[in-house]
Design a protein around this ligand. Structure first.
Ligand code: AN7
Length: 369
């Protein structure tokens, strides 16, 4: 009897054991009976209350959506699982993407999982080492191009148009559909949409997906409001702030080193219709936030992810965001992807003798009485 009662009162129709976004959010995704049940158990990432970082930013109520906890370490997995499953459903045996790193890591992982081929086109010299390691380990064909991300995407689109290879960049609508699930999860945990969402913007696919996701949930009466979006761009790669493409984007946040966003229109629609803003943050501001979130909350994200934190802090200072608004920062990628950024080149610790008394002295430890 007891078990029957708990069955009935369980709020979700999703089986408790179901893992991955295809299983958990099937009703909101473009799946058919022929879509393979692909999964690396992506999604269901932590939404962490962050009171110490909140104080530094100047808001009362802040949560971090830690997308670095996804299987390949970034939010891309949510969309990639759908894009790869749909590509297989359509008969593809090879996928291709251009990438600043995370899309390639995710595409490589899901292609390996599904037993198909992945080709990844990377801008020379600007991809974080961890991301490169992921693509190599998963057996993707890794091609380095003499050009930046925007040029690589242009080539990938040409190839997918003229040859038998499926494009899995976020211009593929299945990517966006999968990424809407992050907004669903935020609402499921908070009980409603937050009032403001801050996140880094490169191609604009993710802000587009969050906007669609919050709208889908509101229209399904699972939430009551749309959040305001604060879209963070690096100052040296801020086409959506300036309103014009940037020919030679540069930033320490290599993930968002993008000068001509593929989802330009939908990103602008998402942000402007929300009453929010695109904001340019300097590399110094990005790195300051990158350190603060690690030191104040123990959350290690990659530099691009920290841009959203920096932009939210600016938006509070300039009055766009009121301190009482419930805020979520999306931390799009894991800090382990870019260890070279975290460890200073000058890091050369003194090597101490393995001697307890000597360490106690150096550490100024108080002896137990
Ligand atoms: C950590 O991997 O474009 O605005 O090729 O890796 O949806 O492009 C990555 C983008 C934010 C920006 N944070 O998202 C790629 C790529 C991280 C990212 C973004 C990216 P979009």
């Amino acid at each position: 009897m007891q078990s029957a009662t708990s069955e009935v009162t369980r709020s979700s129709t999703t089986p408790r054991t179901a893992r991955g976004v295809l299983a958990r959010y099937a009703e909101f995704l473009p799946l058919t009976a022929a879509t393979p049940a692909l999964s690396l158990a992506e999604g269901d990432t932590p939404l962490l209350a962050a009171p110490r970082l909140a104080k530094w930013i100047g808001v009362d109520d802040l949560h971090l959506k830690y997308e670095g906890a996804n299987p390949s370490g970034s939010f891309k997995d949510r969309g990639m699982v759908v894009a790869v499953a749909k590509a297989i459903e359509a008969g593809s045996t090879t996928i291709i993407c251009a990438s600043t790193g995370n899309t390639s890591a995710s595409a490589a992982a899901y292609a390996a999982r599904a037993g198909i081929e992945a080709v990844v086109l990377l801008p020379a010299g600007k991809v974080a080492r961890g991301k490169l390691a992921q693509a190599i380990m998963a057996g993707a064909t890794v091609i380095t191009l003499d050009g930046n991300f925007d040029q690589a995407l242009s080539v990938a689109r040409d190839l997918a148009r003229d040859y038998r290879v499926a494009l899995v960049n976020s211009v593929n609508p299945h990517r966006i559909a999968g990424q809407t699930t992050a907004a669903f999860e935020v609402c499921d945990v908070l009980g409603d949409a937050p009032e403001v969402v801050a996140l880094p913007v490169g191609n604009g696919g993710n802000v587009t997906a969050y906007s669609e996701g919050f709208r889908i949930y509101r229209d399904a009466n699972r939430s009551t409001r749309m959040p305001m979006f604060i879209g963070a761009q690096a100052a040296g790669a801020a086409p959506l702030v300036h309103g014009a493409p940037v020919a030679n984007p540069e930033t320490v946040a290599t993930a968002i080193r993008i000068g001509n966003p593929a989802s330009w229109k939908s990103a602008v629609n998402a942000v402007t219709s929300s009453g929010g803003e695109f904001s340019a943050v300097t590399d110094d501001e990005i790195l300051e936030s990158y350190h603060k979130v690690a030191e104040l909350e123990g959350v290690f994200c990659e530099p691009a992810s920290a841009a959203g934190i920096a932009a939210l802090r600016i938006a509070v200072r300039n009055g766009r965001v009121a301190p009482g608004m419930r805020a979520v920062c999306v931390l799009t990628g894991n800090g382990l992807k870019d260890p070279d950024r975290a460890v200073p080149e000058s890091f050369a610790p003194a090597i101490l003798p393995a001697d307890a008394a000597e360490l106690a002295r150096q550490l100024h430890l108080t002896r137990l009485s």
